[in-house]
Design a protein around this ligand. Sequence first.
Ligand SMILES: *[C@@H]1O[C@H](CO)[C@@H](O)[C@H](O)[C@H]1NC(C)=O
Ligand SMILES: *[C@@H]1O[C@H](CO)[C@@H](O)[C@H](O)[C@H]1NC(C)=O
Ligand SMILES: *[C@@H]1O[C@H](CO)[C@@H](O)[C@H](O)[C@H]1NC(C)=O
Ligand SMILES: *[C@@H]1O[C@H](CO)[C@@H](O)[C@H](O)[C@H]1NC(C)=O
Ligand SMILES: *[C@@H]1O[C@H](CO)[C@@H](O)[C@H](O)[C@H]1NC(C)=O
Ligand SMILES: *[C@@H]1O[C@H](CO)[C@@H](O)[C@H](O)[C@H]1NC(C)=O
Ligand SMILES: *[C@@H]1O[C@H](CO)[C@@H](O)[C@H](O)[C@H]1NC(C)=O
Ligand SMILES: *[C@@H]1O[C@H](CO)[C@@H](O)[C@H](O)[C@H]1NC(C)=O
Length: 642
Amino acid sequence: MQFHTLFPVNRRRFLALFAYILFFVIGYLVYTRNSSYFEQITKKISVQTSANEVLSQYLIDTPGCRIPHLDPFDSSVKSLIHKVSKKDACKKEKFFIEVKSNAKLEVNVNLLRKNYNLSFDEINCVYKPILREPGHRNLTTDNQFKIGNSKILTFGVPLQEEFIVVRCFKKTQFFHEEYIALTPIIQNVEENCKKRENGFSNGDSLNVMIIGIDSISKLNFIRHFTKTHTYLRTVLKAFELRGYNKVGDNTFYNLTPLLTGFFANQYWNITKKYMFFDHLNFIWKEYSTRGYRTLFAEDMPKYALFNYNRRGFLHPPTDYYYRPFSLAVVKSDMLKRHKKKCSHSELEMQFVFDYVKQFTSTMDDKKYFLFAFTATLTHNVLNYAGYADSPSYDLLQFLHNSGTLNRTIMIFFSDHGIRFGKIRKTLLGKIEERMPFVFLTVPEWFQKKHPIITKNLRTNERRLTTPFDLRATLVHLLKFIGNNDGTLRETVSSEKGISLFEEIPINRTCADAFISSHWCVCNNRRNISPQEPIIASAANVLVDTLNHWLKNYSDKCAKMKLKKILDARVSTNKNKYVFQGNIEYLVTVITSPGEAVFEGTIKLNENTKNLTVVDDVSRINIYGNQSSCILDTHLKKFCFCV
Ligand SMILES: *[C@@H]1O[C@H](CO)[C@@H](O)[C@H](O)[C@H]1NC(C)=O
Ligand SMILES: *[C@@H]1O[C@H](CO)[C@@H](O)[C@H](O)[C@H]1NC(C)=O
Ligand SMILES: *[C@@H]1O[C@H](CO)[C@@H](O)[C@H](O)[C@H]1NC(C)=O
Ligand SMILES: *[C@@H]1O[C@H](CO)[C@@H](O)[C@H](O)[C@H]1NC(C)=O
Ligand SMILES: *[C@@H]1O[C@H](CO)[C@@H](O)[C@H](O)[C@H]1NC(C)=O
Ligand SMILES: *[C@@H]1O[C@H](CO)[C@@H](O)[C@H](O)[C@H]1NC(C)=O
Ligand SMILES: *[C@@H]1O[C@H](CO)[C@@H](O)[C@H](O)[C@H]1NC(C)=O
Ligand SMILES: *[C@@H]1O[C@H](CO)[C@@H](O)[C@H](O)[C@H]1NC(C)=O
């Protein structure tokens, strides 16, 4: 049977059609062979998705940005992932003194009997307050605390103290010491808040709660926060920002935008090493002027956000400021004492979470802005994220069951993914480092009352978003604290971000969102052979640039040489999703001395053929004390002390 009797086409047209199809088949084969590893791994997606969610190849897929949906257990990283043993999980030993809201302490007589075989009548306790040294410009005030005079501890009455160390005795025999953070109602804070909230109605105003855990990527959250993740999805019905892209390297460079609406460079560089951070445009100040109580808590005091080789605050930045306690705990033997049970600093996280719980209980329906960030546990080791699942789950459950989340907008998030270690040499690691997890909860009644906001939040789950947008959302939320006459008050602007209550433009690119191309995950980066001459040039420009940045420290830091090119990728302007249509190379190199591993983005100017490093450069292996001879927090990651 002749083919053309079946199809009413003549032979010539058939051949043309055949050639046409052949062209596409070959094209496809060539394309898949050359296509990035990136696209190959997205093909085998086995990511858990919620029931009503369409399984897509992309996390977000918009004309401005496309981000692949990656498998958290991809073969390239599988050997690096392991679950931490539940047995190791830390349960803070239950202390017979229980902390109640408004700084009241009570004795649990059963525990006292069980642990010490003592009755309430047999013991007496004293406490000493832990105090912040009052501000003095000459000192690094923020690093000082002092222990006040001893006072008799009376149970069941509110103590007018924020942080205490308690010691208990049987007759005169000492038997127990404990550090306790309290959340008293503070008289002059309340008076100020009352005065300020005059003139603002309380209609739709929500508390703000920002709770962060350091260095947890979206993918590592899926790997390790199984209980918490399920709870966020099924019970809290949280919004998840799937297209959230970091805007700077480390915590400081990502949280400053979130808290102030500006890049950190706007305020700070090494020339400002004696600067206090009091005057920054912190979003909590806006809430404070509207009668909100404010709280700021962080663990790991040495490496804290505004304190690591920086000067911190001259005066407490918020009404409730956890830092003196954090300093005292780290200096005490508390952590050592719990070492058997809490071997991976879970205790410090637990302390911060307990403080948050207690604060919300004390405040009840009073309005507040709370920012808590915990870093010790998860900062350095990829899989320690597993230890943070239970404490996080417990915290969220508490906040939900106590009704707190029904009057609160909560941002539960991380600043970036893990920045160091083996996983950073894989493509998956390079992407996930730039994409921390971010969830938002908004009370159901608020969502019902503001359906457009709710719709926009759902839409924005799959748009390109940044820390600046979180800030803009908190600015937007201020509008719901109306005047008594029902009108809305104009608010501070936040021009780098877009409120998530509004629709993020579908065509938003990294450039629109103030994400430099070094951090941009929308870039579709293809593998390119490190042997290509252009890559050698790019790698040399990278190393030369680092040496140039270290010029002022040339007496202290060794001059680096390129030792090896580990990996190279290219984004080309043939791809419509590429950032600004430039050709850019993401190059990973080892330098010597020091065996440092750096990852930089080098842009090719097609007219001048000039190569330049874009924005910051990542250091992707731990530098430890290699750079202990310099203090510059930005340049430390590059320097190898001679
Ligand atoms: C507990 O203390 C009582 C005295 O107060 C003593 O008789 C009893 O043996 C103690 N129990 C234990 C288990 O030590
Ligand atoms: C603080 O510095 C000023 C001027 O630099 C000096 O006069 C003063 O004595 C210093 N105070 C303390 C407590 O060090
Ligand atoms: C340091 O920051 C200030 C602004 O805060 C800026 O004017 C100055 O140029 C910066 N210096 C360097 C070396 O970047
Ligand atoms: C949440 O708050 C709303 C408005 O105040 C109230 O109507 C609703 O009953 C509350 N829901 C719960 C579960 O407490
Ligand atoms: C995005 O779309 C808006 C209007 O739809 C337009 O004004 C804007 O220029 C577009 N931006 C880009 C980067 O294409
Ligand atoms: C080196 O120091 C000088 C003077 O302190 C400063 O102006 C310059 O910006 C510094 N250079 C670099 C690369 O930091
Ligand atoms: C090439 O880039 C370097 C910086 O890396 C710059 O100093 C130089 O002026 C540029 N040359 C041209 C021709 O643009
Ligand atoms: C750096 O740390 C290593 C171990 O981590 C130690 O052996 C070495 O003495 C340290 N060097 C300096 C200069 O502190």
